[in-house]
Write a new protein. Sequence first.
Length: 121
Amino acid sequence: METHADTSARVLVIDDESAICRIMTRTLERQGFEASCVSEVGEVATTLESSQFDIILLDRSMSLGDGKPLLPVVLAHKKQAKVLFFTGELVDTSELKLVDGVVQKPINGRDLATTLRRILT
């Protein structure tokens, strides 16, 4: 399995499914990123205030409803981090203007790493 130790970017994954959190965290770490995940909606603001991240991956479609209500909380930290939706759905133009990009599901680890590295440059 290929890793990229030169990547020290910190990534926060926000997804209400703990299994997705574990998979995404492991995938990102294998690609050389420092990865954290928040699966409890109520912990998002606290996590963002207590730690700095280079990229925030926000699940747009959560079982509790879509991730859009969390977007203002996440965007408050946009000066410090790039914000991306990750979703299996289409994202309309008005939403695209609010974020730095979209990662489409299903997610391939290498493709994800390439996308994140490109966004960081």
